[in-house]
Design a protein around this ligand. Structure first.
Ligand code: HEM
Ligand SMILES: *[C@@H]1O[C@H](CO)[C@@H](O)[C@H](O)[C@H]1NC(C)=O
Ligand SMILES: *[C@@H]1O[C@H](CO)[C@@H](O)[C@H](O)[C@H]1NC(C)=O
Ligand SMILES: *[C@@H]1O[C@H](CO)[C@@H](O)[C@H](O)[C@H]1NC(C)=O
Length: 319
């Protein structure tokens, strides 16, 4: 299943390869916590060793019923991490104390995958009650969605805890709009400690999934109904919409990026973005390697650890 192992932690490459050959779980290895904000890949090794198997089995069924779920779960992790950090704030429903991020302009009628997260949480509460946080479930679901879609696998630091708050403002002011403004995209990623390379590599997440026709570039509007149909979903990568590959970059090079914020990576005035788009378009393994590295970086944004936050029993409500 794992077609690629990230080699960004140069010194653990040999361990990764032998782990793959022996069929062992990546979480069984201690890669240290350097730069991971106190998160550890083996965090659930003794408290819930079956965590990843449960995530995979729920996702296999969910993706079989609706292949788009994989893309929706990847985006959910991005929208969680950019608003208050990777703390599952995005999963909280409206209540007397919470104004849900689901109502933010960045998410409303757009963010998906909440039911799959609920299904995973239900199974995990049966197997290991009050142990696996919703924030880690979102991160694990994003990684396995990519693996199940044919993309890279990587060692994922764990141990995030769940927030007791949400912030519509944080979502709306930190998640960039799909506009052709490369400096705004770079600035939004820099605010999260991510650089131009992370921006281009992570934008490659648009190799799976769909966008509403209202967001689509004029020159790609032929994929949309001639009038009305603003809510019609158009594939971000019309060649292979459910396959995680480097087609996204090849389409941009050919002038076929779907969103204005996709095409501008090539045409905008970036220091490196255009070069990276062209490189990833010709070297898929380099894209996979950088995507894995950038996903770990994104997953490390401002996590709650130690005694901060809580492990929710239900991902939609604070305990
Ligand atoms: C660079 C800035 C980004 C912008 C402006 C942006 C914008 C968008 C927009 C407008 C949509 C369509 C939403 C809809 O029609 O309801 C979308 C979908 C999507 N985005 Fe992004 N995005 C960005 C970065 C990312 C990142 C970093 C990831 C993950 C690594 C990601 C993953 C996805 C996925 C997988 C979908 C499809 C979701 C689905 O089909 O349910 N995006 N994005
Ligand atoms: C939550 O409540 C606010 C008003 O208090 C409303 O504007 C918003 O649409 C609600 N969000 C959801 C996701 O139902
Ligand atoms: C909204 O979020 C932005 C960015 O995180 C922050 O600078 C600003 O102070 C916040 N505004 C309010 C009203 O909280
Ligand atoms: C593609 O990238 C890999 C690193 O993942 C590198 O080893 C390889 O030489 C590159 N291939 C080409 C043709 O540049």
């Amino acid at each position: 299943m794992a077609v690629f192992k990230a080699t960004f932690l140069g010194l653990v490459v040999v361990t990764l390869v032998s782990a793959t050959l022996s069929g062992a779980h990546l979480e069984d290895f201690n890669f240290g916590s350097g730069g991971s904000h106190g998160l550890l890949p083996q965090f659930y090794q003794s408290s819930c060793p079956q965590v990843n198997d449960i995530v995979i089995s729920v996702l296999q069924r969910a993706i079989e019923m609706d292949p788009r779920v994989a893309a929706s779960l990847l985006r959910l992790h991005f929208h969680d991490c950019f608003a208050l950090g990777c703390d599952a704030s995005v999963l909280l429903d409206n209540s007397t104390t919470i104004q849900s991020e689901k109502g933010a302009s960045t998410n409303v009628n757009s963010l998906r995958g909440f039911e799959a997260i609920d299904d995973i949480k239900t199974k995990l509460e049966e197997a290991c009650p009050l142990t696996v946080s919703c924030a880690d479930i979102v991160a694990l679901a994003a990684r396995e969605s990519i693996v199940l879609s044919g993309g890279p696998d990587w060692v994922l630091p764990l141990g995030r805890r769940d927030s007791k708050t949400a912030s519509v403002n944080s979502s709306e002011s930190n998640i960039p709009a799909p506009k052709p403004d490369l400096s705004a995209l770079i600035a939004a990623f820099e605010r999260q400690g991510l650089d131009e390379t992370d921006l281009v590599a992570l934008s490659g997440g648009h190799t799976i999934g769909f966008a509403k026709c209202s967001f689509v570039r004029q020159t790609r509007k032929l994929v949309c109904p001639r009038r009305g149909g603003d809510n019609t979903p158009a594939p971000l990568d019309f060649v292979s919409p459910t396959r995680f590959d480097n087609t996204y970059f090849r389409l941009i090079v050919g002038g076929h990026g779907l969103l204005p914020s996709d095409q501008v990576l090539l045409t905008g005035n970036g220091r490196q973005a255009a070069e990276l788009v062209k490189t990833y378009a010709t070297n898929e393994s380099l894209f996979f390697q950088q995507f894995a590295e950038s996903m770990v970086k994104m997953g490390n944004i401002n996590p709650l650890t130690g005694l901060k936050g809580q492990v929710r029993k239900n991902c939609r409500h604070v305990n």
